[in-house]
Write a protein that binds this ligand. Structure first.
Ligand code: HEM
Length: 156
């Protein structure tokens, strides 16, 4: 069960990255080409929102109750949290950056419902989604990262 949840959390990263790139492309093209906001745009943004919130939920389960969870594991004796690169990453850096990213995705989706011009919707959503993408790319435990690196897909 626990392993399955981590695997799902791992795979959802790709779903979010693809949807976020699509959302960025649609909002950029809508903004620059002065398009009329469509239901297709709204749905792409909505799916980005849904999958990011699902990943957030799985992440919260991991950070509290996972194999390295705050309630289910403990720091190696004699180390402090801020001096332990592994725990600092999974308990603080990764969750903080990802929660911030998900807030930006939520703000981006929120533009779909705002009573503003379509140009403003696209422009602001574009900015929010790009910030979210940067945060996610920086905070993913990519395989090349020392100590915290994880596989690109589960079981690799
Ligand atoms: C866009 C959001 C997120 C993405 C793309 C993401 C991505 C990932 C990836 C790729 C892993 C490695 C999984 C593996 O070992 O196979 C991971 C692990 C982890 N993530 Fe996230 N994450 C996100 C949000 C969060 C949030 C919001 C939290 C906490 C509140 C969180 C907590 C964790 C924890 C604790 C682990 C380590 C799990 C373990 O190895 O047992 N993540 N995350």
């Amino acid at each position: 069960m626990q392993t399955g949840l981590v695997h799902l959390h791992n795979i959802l990263r790709w779903v979010i990255l693809i949807l976020l790139l699509l959302s960025i492309a649609r909002s950029y093209s809508g903004w620059k080409n002065k398009k009329i906001f469509t239901n297709g745009d709204r749905k792409t943004w909505l799916f980005t929102l849904i999958f990011s919130h699902l990943t957030l939920l799985l992440g919260l389960i991991q950070v509290f109750f996972g194999r390295y969870g705050i309630f289910t594991s403990s720091l190696p004796e004699g180390t402090s949290l801020m001096k332990n690169k592994f725990y600092r990453f999974f308990w603080i850096e990764h969750p903080t950056a990802m929660i911030l990213a998900i807030i930006f995705i939520t703000l981006g989706y929120g533009m779909a419902k705002k009573q503003v011009s379509d140009e403003t919707k696209y422009r602001k959503a574009f900015t929010f989604f790009v910030i979210a993408l940067i945060l996610i790319l920086v905070a993913i435990p990519w395989p090349f990262r020392e100590i915290v690196g994880r596989p690109l897909l589960p079981g690799m």
